[in-house]
Design a protein around this ligand. Sequence first.
Ligand code: GLV
Ligand code: GLV
Length: 319
Amino acid sequence: MKVLITHSIPGNGVSLLRGHNIEVRVLEKKKVRKGDLIATLKKEAYDGMISLLTDTIDEEVLSAVGSQMKVIANYAVGFNNIAVKKAKEQGIVVTNTPGVLTETVAEHTFALILAVATRVVEADAFVRAKQFTGWEPELLLGVDLLGKTLGIIGAGRIGSRVAEIGNAFGMEVVYHDMQKNKALEEKIDAEYCGSPDEVLRRSAVVSVHLPLTDTTYHCIDAQKLSLMRSDAILVNTSRGPVIDEKALISTLRQRKIFGAGLDVFEHEPAVPAALRKLPNVVLTPHTASASIATRGEMAKIAVENVLAVLHGGKAPNEV
Ligand code: GLV
Ligand code: GLV
């Protein structure tokens, strides 16, 4: 059997597969273009594939996949890069890596919240630029979190963990999701809001944790941003297109909110110059799940899903 991995991944996943007598082909280190992926898939038949969230596996790519392809394991929790319905029609099982990255992404989310609130990135740049000439009462003033309202939009695994951390910081937690999260409400004092608008209106910090789908695309647009408090912080570690980036840039530029922390962008890897120039935003390059341990675990899970399917069993993480 043969498995294609579109990029080198950390840990011993490749040797694990080879230990099961599986031939493994790992593509070059840089990102594969869709055309190259199609050519690769047409040239040789594979039984399984491990893909990255940056690989577009749409209907066109799936049409190039041979009939022996049984599983596509996405090295990510999100799977908006894959045409799942079409894959299923072709009898291909699609899997993701939920769970293992929850804590890491939640901690990164809180790092962004704290970075924006305490202006730590601006402060670091200030010191490095030798601008620190003495303590001043009004130098780089930030905002406190204690007693403030933390609003979670999308209270799944990651959103719930961010809510718990916020609760530990003494924040009041409000959240919106399609339905109440009973497990979260049993753990902490979290108040359900019937609409995202209510969360946006009330919160000092809004953290977005939505999968990217047709219904969540631009769900935070100019109108929604206008509901936010002038002292509010907006953080997104989910998927860029969930927020209308242009509208957010304009909101930040006009200082209609205090600031934003973004790990994801609308047209990755492009980050608009207008966003990069703003002092009131902290930017990270889609690294919210990037801890040494978690990236290794994600590889292990992707491999386990491939092995399960190729051995005729049920994938532990079918989407
Ligand atoms: C990262 O963005 C992931 O979906 O795992
Ligand atoms: C107070 O600032 C609050 O966020 O409720």
